[in-house]
Design a binder for this molecule. Sequence first.
Ligand code: HEC
Ligand code: HEC
Ligand code: HEC
Ligand code: HEC
Ligand code: HEC
Ligand code: HEC
Ligand code: HEC
Ligand code: HEC
Ligand code: HEC
Ligand code: HEC
Length: 302
Amino acid sequence: MMIRKCLVPSSFFFILLSLSFPKLALANTPDKVGASACIACHSDQGEAFKKNIHSRTFPAIKKIAFEESCETCHGPGSLHMEAGGDRSKPGFATIKNPKNLKGAESAAICLQCHDNGKRMFWKGSQHESRNLACVQCHSMHSSKGPSLLVKNSESETCYQCHLQRKAQGQKSTHMPIKEGKLQCTSCHNPHGSAGPKLLAQNSTNENCYSCHAEKRGPFLWDHPPVRENCLNCHDAHGSNHDKLLKVKRPRLCQQCHNEGGPGVHVSVPGTPAVTYALERACLKCHPMIHGSNHPQGVRFQR
Ligand code: HEC
Ligand code: HEC
Ligand code: HEC
Ligand code: HEC
Ligand code: HEC
Ligand code: HEC
Ligand code: HEC
Ligand code: HEC
Ligand code: HEC
Ligand code: HEC
């Protein structure tokens, strides 16, 4: 970074002045100095900002001239400038760095303009209440990905904190995120949502139906655990069993259908005895496990 020393008024002189003329103490509140003054010392950030979408949209949409842009986010900088880059001078810290501020204070800078759209449920969201700031995912001067993200992809941005999800993405079956067919935000809104778990929809099943519409029904014969929650049997991110199943078959089914020990069918005379079952056995005879529309499909055989 290029840094130039500036001539600063001696603070001794300043204190003397403000003692004799109390009104001058107001000089302790910083004024705006304009982008050119900032760029004189911060040419790197200045250049980076010129490539940022904000340098185009501030004037075009917000009617904020380029000269006013830095201080829209960083606050007025005259005292910081006078400190001439010397951290020990009290004026230095009057400049705001969104990266060093507490979550809510930092986000407030961005929410001046972005308190709408996808951020409708930011307040009270899981991320907001855990003190995340916008700048943990977005960068204004050194973004690497789309949407000004701090990492070169969306999932990498999330994996900064959600390592378990990264591990699941490597499992033998997983949502095709690394294949590029889906992103975390295909299902979640990291800015907050009306639904649970930051889901873009109002429930897990609504989320699944949004892409797997054929599972929505209505069916003549419903399988209750499917209606209740797809995640009774599937994992939403990745698993070591095929089809994202949480548990290996037939154990999956036997968790609930377990009368008489390892077998099922004991309560229905004339049904085959299934005392042991091969991995897919249940599905061979009960293939319509998500629900059936066949008049005789009450046991999901067709
Ligand atoms: C006289 C030179 C100078 C001027 C003018 C100047 N700065 Fe700085 N600024 C510095 C120096 C030096 C640092 C410390 C850099 C470092 O530690 O890497 C700094 C740090 C900062 C920081 C980081 C603060 C922190 O605590 O992390 C921000 C934000 C900043 N400047 C913004 C601005 C803005 C906005 C303007 C214009 C209003 C401005 N600066 C004007 C010299 C200047
Ligand atoms: C003075 C208003 C203003 C402030 C303050 C502001 N933005 Fe923006 N931002 C805009 C406008 C205008 C756009 C253009 C897109 C639009 O219409 O929303 C934009 C676009 C964006 C985009 C979309 C980038 C893309 O490639 O599509 C992101 C991300 C963003 N801002 C994040 C932030 C963050 C984070 C902060 C706080 C550090 C912030 N903004 C502060 C006005 C602002
Ligand atoms: C946990 C990570 C994360 C946090 C925290 C976060 N964002 Fe985002 N943001 C994203 C991702 C990922 C995208 C791109 C996907 C999308 O558009 O939803 C995005 C997109 C955006 C966009 C462009 C799309 C749009 O909505 O117009 C804006 C603007 C934006 N974020 C602003 C903000 C602001 C302001 C904050 C803080 C209040 C914030 N973000 C906090 C991850 C985050
Ligand atoms: C839209 C809001 C926004 C605008 C406008 C903006 N900045 Fe920043 N600035 C930030 C954020 C957020 C950070 C924290 C680091 C990051 O996101 O890259 C930051 C960090 C900095 C830093 C600290 C060094 C660093 O990279 O962490 C300096 C210096 C700085 N900005 C200077 C400027 C200057 C000079 C301008 C005007 C040309 C400017 N900023 C315009 C939001 C903004
Ligand atoms: C800076 C760290 C950080 C980043 C980056 C981050 N998160 Fe989070 N996330 C958290 C924390 C902290 C929680 C709260 C965890 C808890 O309460 O157990 C959370 C919770 C969540 C939750 C669960 C909400 C709930 O109700 O339990 C989801 C979903 C989520 N994050 C998605 C994302 C997505 C998608 C991204 C990337 C766009 C992302 N996160 C990036 C820190 C982060
Ligand atoms: C296909 C949809 C989908 C995708 C893609 C997806 N998730 Fe999720 N995620 C869900 C569902 C559904 C839940 C709710 C799980 C529950 O209720 O237990 C969830 C829950 C979470 C949770 C909270 C976990 C908990 O145990 O409470 C986090 C954190 C999370 N997801 C992060 C991510 C991240 C990071 C990505 C991207 C790498 C991602 N998700 C991609 C659907 C998805
Ligand atoms: C945004 C779209 C989307 C959402 C939402 C979604 N999925 Fe998927 N799902 C996909 C795609 C894409 C595939 C991969 C299909 C392919 O590669 O042929 C897939 C595959 C699957 C598979 C098959 C995996 C395999 O190995 O064959 C299962 C099971 C599945 N999803 C269940 C769910 C569940 C449960 C939910 C709700 C938590 C859900 N999906 C939400 C898009 C989605
Ligand atoms: C009772 C357990 C169970 C529940 C609950 C369940 N599934 Fe499944 N699902 C399975 C089994 C078992 C398979 C594997 C079927 C096969 O191998 O033929 C499967 C396969 C799938 C597949 C991939 C093959 C196909 O049929 O397209 C998708 C997608 C899927 N399920 C989505 C869902 C959705 C969406 C829900 C919630 C509405 C859901 N599942 C609820 C057991 C379940
Ligand atoms: C989370 C618990 C749960 C799981 C797991 C589960 N089921 Fe069910 N299943 C039920 C419930 C509850 C009913 C409704 C029973 C009733 O109406 O008496 C049902 C009904 C059925 C029926 C129709 C029986 C009847 O009496 O109407 C069949 C067949 C069936 N399940 C097969 C399976 C198979 C095969 C699997 C494994 C892929 C499976 N189930 C997994 C809970 C479960
Ligand atoms: C060889 C074919 C076959 C296999 C394999 C099979 N079933 Fe069945 N199942 C049937 C038939 C036939 C019925 C009775 C249908 C009817 O009443 O119309 C039945 C009935 C049921 C019922 C309802 C009656 C009851 O006992 O509650 C459930 C639940 C059930 N099966 C679950 C399973 C599970 C779980 C597995 C795997 C462990 C499985 N079935 C394997 C053929 C099979």
